[in-house]
Design a protein around this ligand. Structure first.
Ligand SMILES: O=C(O)CCC(=O)C(=O)O
Length: 233
């Protein structure tokens, strides 16, 4: 999709789906890898799993952080000194309830700033369907500049469905949630890659740091984007 059209959707409705940006084979490969990683990290947990600090465990997501069209959009919204916030894989297992509806407010108080402070992406590594836990959003809610107080069954939430290899982009103020997975056997795997402006204190996200040995292996631009969050622990 044309970048100007994506910006128009993001500005207007607070979100945009870009279809088929990643080859299906790559999405399948990454999903396989992340299912395995999740099983190692959460051997007993059933339902919704969020694997934070993914950059330390996996290199397959690195090129997608630097995907040119997405990066251009992140620079447009967050400025030339913008930074990478976090990579996190998110698995919605069969028979899982929807998550809480929230904005990614990162401790900002209301009314939220009108400028974007979080450029959020959800890469669909499996197909996202109405029933398997696809992300729910409330279109236009970023304009309200406040936290939601609605339930995940509220009718103003719509499921974002798409083929694997597509990416959902949204404004941090948009109200959203993980959807319910009402299937018996379909697993949803998504990859969150998030970007923030330089002025936002990274600590408010509570995101794990990048380990120095991971940082050393990164290509130059990825280093630049992650330089603020390298620590040993
Ligand atoms: O897993 C999902 O679909 C929702 C993710 C989410 O709530 C978030 O990134 O803040």
């Amino acid at each position: 999709m044309d970048t100007e059209k994506i910006k128009a959707n993001l500005d207007n409705a607070g979100y945009c789906i870009v279809e088929d940006i990643m080859p299906i084979k790559e999405a399948d490969h990454m999903a396989d890898r992340y299912f395995k990683l999740h099983k190692q990290h959460f051997p007993d947990q059933r339902s919704y799993q969020s694997l934070q600090g993914l950059l330390n465990y996996d290199q397959m997501c690195w090129p997608w952080i630097l995907q040119l069209q997405i990066l251009e959009l992140a620079y447009h919204y967050l400025g030339q000194n913008m930074r990478f916030a976090e990579a996190c894989s998110k698995w919605v297992m069969p028979d899982t309830e929807a998550g809480n509806v929230h904005a990614d407010a990162l401790s900002l108080s209301e009314p939220f700033p009108s400028n974007m402070w979080l450029f959020q992406t959800m890469w669909m590594l499996t197909d996202f369907t109405e029933n398997n836990g696809s992300t729910l959003v409330v279109p236009f809610s970023h304009r309200l500049r406040c936290n939601p107080s609605i339930s995940p069954t509220d009718k103003c939430l719509i499921p974002i469905v798409g083929r694997r290899g597509s990416v959902l982009l949204w404004h941090g103020a948009l109200w959203h949630a993980s959807g319910a997975n009402t299937t018996l056997d379909q697993h949803r795997m998504g990859l969150n890659l998030a970007y923030i402006p330089f002025w936002l204190n990274h600590a408010v996200g509570g995101w794990p740091p990048v380990h120095p040995e991971t940082f050393q292996r990164m290509p130059r631009l990825l280093k630049e984007l992650n330089q603020h969050r390298v620590t040993v622990s």
